[in-house]
Each structure stands twice: as C-alpha cells, then as structure tokens.
Design a binder for this molecule. Structure first.
Ligand SMILES: Nc1ncnc2c1ncn2[C@@H]1O[C@H](COP(=O)(O)OP(=O)(O)OP(=O)(O)O)[C@@H](O)[C@H]1O
Ligand SMILES: CC(=O)N[C@H]1[C@@H]2OC[C@@H](O2)[C@@H](O)[C@@H]1O[C@H](C)C(=O)O
Length: 365
C-alpha cells in the first residue's frame, strides 16, 4: 500500500490543502486533491493564537480539536473523490497549524490533535514534522526543498522552485544534487492583512486592487531595510516578524499614501525580496517555477518577472505538471512516506540541522 495523504494548513490561515498521492521509487503520482476552507471564527482564533493572550493553553487545545474536524473532512473528501477506503491509505501526514516559530529559542509549535484525527479517520496519522530538526539544531523550516528536489530536480538543469504562501521560500536545485533553500520573507501575509483591514476581503484576488495603485518608492526602500532580508541562510521566518504592526511602524513616515498604493507597494515588496534571493543564490538557473497561492496573482507574477529582469523564464509549477496549490500538501504526503520508510526528511544544508533525521511522530489508527 503506497497511498499517502498530505494535509497542509499554512501561514495564510485560510484553510487546509490535501493531496492523496502514490510514491513508487522516484515516481510521484497525484491521485486526488482537495481544499477545505476554515470558517471565519476559526481563522480569527488561529490569528489570535499567533501572539500571547489570555487563557492560551485552553484556547489552543480547543482550536486543535476544531482543526482535527476540518482535517478529517479533507481526508473524507479525498477518499470520496478518489473512490478509496481508509484501509487503502498507509498514513495521513498532517502539518498542523504553526502558532509560534522560535527555532532560536529551541522550539517551533504547530497546534494539532493527531490523536483525534486518527480516531476520526481510522488511518495512521503522522504529525509534528518540524520539532526533530529543531532539536538537532536546525530551523525546522523550510522542509519542502527536499521534496522539490525529489519531484522537480533534473540533472544538468539548474532551476528554482519558489513557494509564495503566507511566507515565501525558495529551493535552488543546482542540477547536481545540491540544494539551497530558505524563507525569503513575506509572501501574501502583508497583502492579505492590508486588504482585510481596508476592504474586509481575505486576499487581493488576482492582484486587482494592487493593480489600481502605484508603488511608493520611499516606502518600498523603507521595507527593504528589514535586517532579516540580508541575513545569511539557514534562516526561516513567520508571522512573528511580518505582521501589520511591523508594517504600521514603517508606514509612519508615509501616512499620506493611498491604501491601494500601499497594496501595490506590498506586492512589489514580495516580488523584489523573492527576486533578490533568487538572484543571490540561483543565478545560474534556467527557470523559476512558482507554487503556493501567490501563483494565482498575475500582478505579483509580473512584478516578479520584472524584478528578475525578464531574463529568466518564470512559470507556475503547472508547467511541470503539478498544480501550484497542491505542492505543499504533496510534500507532506512525501514526508509521511519518508517517515514510514524511516528515511530522512530534512536537508541539513537547508535547515542547518546537525545531520539527517527522520521527521514526524506516529499516532496509529
Ligand atoms: N486567485 C488569487 N489571487 C490572488 N491571491 C491568491 C489567489 N488565490 C490564493 N491567493 C493567495 O494565496 C494565499 C494562500 O496561499 P497558500 O495556501 O499557498 O498559503 P499557505 O500554505 O497558507 O502559506 P505557507 O506556504 O506560508 O505556509 C491566500 O491567502 C492569498 O493571499
Ligand atoms: C514554521 C512554518 O510553519 N514555516 C512555514 C511557513 O510557510 C512557508 C515558509 O514559512 C516555510 O518555511 C514553512 O512551510 C513550508 C511548508 C516548509 O516547511 O517548507
């Protein structure tokens, strides 16, 4: 039985992406994909849990129980559309919801209730993929570069895979087996926060609001001063750093900027920080392939192409046969497979861990 389910609910806090996949040696086959959106109240609670607050322990546990219900719905949907039964699936690999990421303090926390999920779906559940890497001195993130190399790496063809989720991360696949990867900075997190504040929308569909504004050069320069951007890898980041209060502090000198101009500037900021990282580490790459929700924002994609000097091919991972919104869920299915086979899931060169480690913890059905 080589079918695995991967579930990823990331820093955008929008919902859970699921993938049902088969792994046969080097061949990965996507059997089905599904997405279950979180209701607004759960999103708001997950957002609130990103920072310390009243009665956090109980609130985190209750949110984890709710998450398990939505994860179970996603598993049920994958089984329904593929016509499979729980016993056809070797394991469900579930990321959980990052609520605190502090590798420099020796921990990263993804809230989750894998025991409840095992009860709800009757399939082995593998969870907690990041903490072993952190225990071994690593960042615990990003983890997907190992999967990007397995799925998209091609001998003699240097390429970059970039995920634009809430946070952006790149994998530079050198074409000779070497992989460089790190979080480049914000993905959609600032754009999502800004449009929510001003227009009560969850995200800027296809960048339409940003397209109605202009880049504010002084603000962009200010945002680009963020020290994280110049730090050497290994490095990872999250909502601890890139949030609306961080933006507000930098907007203080630009109070006259129109909201749509700020949105356009944030779009440019995501594109430029990603492009700078690609230019610094992926200079020899023939092509850049984008996954994550940002791939559906054509204003962002054009800004990225322009920031790269329009000299390198920029396409979504669809060009390689994998839907951009499916890659991270597939990566966790693959990590579940690696756990089951007791194979390493991390790349020490990426995370900075002291060595290769098997990632995850098992909750048998
Ligand atoms: N049609 C669209 N137009 C513009 N942006 C979009 C569109 N669809 C999705 N997005 C953006 O993509 C985000 C979701 O992306 P994704 O699911 O890859 O993030 P995530 O997995 O939660 O984050 P991370 O990879 O940081 O953990 C949404 O919040 C939104 O900003
Ligand atoms: C701590 C955490 O949840 N990190 C996420 C986040 O979202 C994108 C980026 O920041 C990446 O480092 C990571 O997710 C992907 C799946 C990863 O580990 O590769």
């Amino acid at each position: 039985m080589t079918l695995y389910i991967g579930l990823m609910s990331g820093t955008s806090l929008d919902g859970v992406d699921g993938a049902l996949a088969q792994f046969d040696g080097a061949v990965t086959t996507t059997v089905a994909a599904a997405y279950i959106a979180f209701p607004p109240l759960l999103r708001a609670e997950l957002m609130a849990l990103q920072a310390s607050g009243d009665n956090e322990i109980e609130r985190e546990a209750m949110a984890a129980n709710q998450l398990a219900q939505y994860y179970a719905q996603c598993v049920a949907e994958l089984l329904r559309v593929s016509g499979r039964a729980p016993q056809d699936v070797r394991a469900v690999a579930v990321h959980g919801q990052t609520i605190r990421h502090r590798p420099e303090l020796g921990f990263t926390r993804q809230t989750n209730n894998p025991a409840l999920l095992a009860e709800l779906c009757g399939i082995d559940v593998i969870a907690d993929f990041r903490s072993r890497d952190v225990a071994a001195g690593g960042q615990g993130a990003p983890l997907v570069p190992a999967f990007h190399q397995a799925l998209f790496g091609k001998e003699g063809q240097p390429r970059v895979v970039a995920n634009i989720g809430g946070i952006s991360n790149i994998s530079v696949l050198s074409g000779d087996g070497r992989v460089v990867g790190f979080d480049t900075g914000p993905g959609n997190v600032l754009m999502d926060g800004w449009i929510h504040r001003h227009r009560r929308q969850e995200y800027d569909a296809d960048g339409a609001w940003a397209a109605s504004g202009k880049v504010v050069p002084g603000l962009l320069d200010e945002l680009l001063k963020e020290p994280y951007l110049a730090r050497a890898a290994p490095k990872s980041t999250g909502r601890e750093l890139f949030h609306l209060a961080w933006l507000d502090a930098r907007l203080a000198a630009h109070t006259a900027a129109a909201p749509e101009d700020v949105q356009r500037t944030l779009t440019e900021y995501t594109a430029v920080t990603l492009a700078d990282a690609i230019k610094a580490y992926g200079g020899g790459a023939d092509a850049v392939y984008i996954c994550g929700g940002g791939a559906y924002n054509s204003v962002l994609m054009q800004a990225l192409g322009a920031a790269l000097g329009n000299q390198v091919m920029v396409a979504s991972t669809q060009a390689l046969g994998v839907a951009p919104n499916c890659v991270e869920a597939l990566a966790f299915a693959w990590l579940g497979y690696r756990f089951t086979e007791r194979l390493a899931g991390n790349l020490p060169a990426v995370t900075g861990a002291n060595g290769e480690r098997v990632l995850g913890a098992l909750y048998p059905r």
